[in-house]
Design a protein. Sequence first.
Length: 365
Amino acid sequence: GASCGIVGLPNVGKSTLFNAITQAGAESANYPFCTIDPNVGIVEVPDPRLTKLTEIVVPNKVVPTAFEFVDIAGLVKGASRGEGLGNQFLGHIREVDAICQVVRCFEDENITHVAGKVDPLSDIETINLELVFADLDSVERRIERIGRKVKAGDKEAKQELDVLEKLKAAFEEGNAARSVELDEEETKLIRDLHLLTIKPMLYVCNVAEDGIHTADSNPHVQAVREHAAKEGAQVVIISAKVESEIAELEGEDKEMFLEELGLQESGLDRLIRAAYELLGLVTYFTAGVQEVRAWTIRKGMKAPQAAGVIHTDFERGFIRAEVVAYTDLVDAGTVAVARERGKYRLEGKEYIVQDGDVMHFRFNV
Ligand code: GDP
């Protein structure tokens, strides 16, 4: 499954947000393949299409697709030099697919800020520099390691060195690897370095409980937005405090509370969707009478790989897939009408699964 690591300086609201995530957490029995770890929170990806499919198919059970958030506390100034168990935390970041950086945008005299005052841009710089330093270290070590091969005239080593030098220059300027333009070939050459700053980043502005509706005029939020726009990063605004209250509620109570707050959906749901999009993930469905279920794949995956998300046997024994687009099925209103209209297609191994496809796989065991 896909995962997003939550980082940020101490006292910015990471734990509050992470607790909201685990509170709201998914029924883990449905996701046996997810990591069981106190630092991992499994969330269901909200998708209104599941409701529609349920109306059409009337299944016994509905299972949304899930997504993991990993609490990576302890990233502090000096982490890349090994301070505050730094290296251990950087190691955890290597394992996630994307980074969610919580930034404090609320003022509260009672809660100390590690740097003395609320200053999101300075906080962002501190965190990002630690990540850049760690990457610089990885790159320098690699350059050293391949030095002999390059001298001996190894062509591939020389190619790699060129990419490493390009990255090194960016890191020395304090810039992230994601800001360096690399073609497919170059990206491949440095893949096994597992650079931290190549991962997509999402900024989460944590605003005060009464600050959600006034976020547009919050100068801290404005500063983060400007910074993110320059980096091509996304921003989500939440109040971790409010999210922890929302997470304790369910069903009608939750809806009423959201309505009182003047919100369409929880900030957590917005965050989940933003992280999902950031990672280039899409959803396909299986829709049987037993179960209607959403599955996560990466954009561009072919049918056998997509089937493999359900079970490796499905991928190995893949024959073909019967596919109907979600919109065609919903337009038709029933499975029978969609069939009459010829909306069900048979697709083979080369078919690229589209967001919203309703799939039925045929496979050999
Ligand atoms: P972490 O160190 O980043 O994990 O931060 P915590 O989640 O432990 O939060 C630090 C302190 O800030 C706690 O006392 C929280 O209750 C408080 N806090 C978190 N979010 C908010 C918020 O939106 N408003 C206010 N006033 N306090 C908050």
